[in-house]
Design a protein around this ligand. Structure first.
Ligand SMILES: *[C@@H]1O[C@H](CO)[C@@H](O)[C@H](O)[C@H]1NC(C)=O
Length: 81
């Protein structure tokens, strides 16, 4: 797990689509009701995949984040060397 600070997400401990406890036990299937109305408020899309909203934070951290997110340098610094 990347050391990314997760804040601003309404749902950090349950997935947008899936089944079982916290929607983390059964993959997202068409037969399951999609009760999640706004995927941008979730860290997890399904039991295995982060949402686009969370991926954007991870990508930004890798590209221009501090040493805590990208070590020993971020992608922007790597390009500039
Ligand atoms: C979904 O959630 C995001 C983040 O909270 C918010 O910016 C956006 O306006 C919401 N979209 C809708 C359609 O409610």
């Amino acid at each position: 797990m990347l050391p990314v600070v997760v804040s601003g997400f309404k749902h950090q401990h349950s997935a947008c689509c899936g089944g079982g406890r916290s929607k983390g036990q059964i993959i997202c299937l068409p037969l399951l009701p999609l009760e999640c109305h706004n995927r941008s408020q979730y860290v997890f899309w399904d039991p295995y995949h982060p949402t686009d909203a969370f991926n954007a934070i991870v990508a930004k951290g890798a590209f221009q984040g501090t040493l805590q997110a990208a070590h020993p340098m971020n992608v922007q610094q790597l390009v500039e060397t």
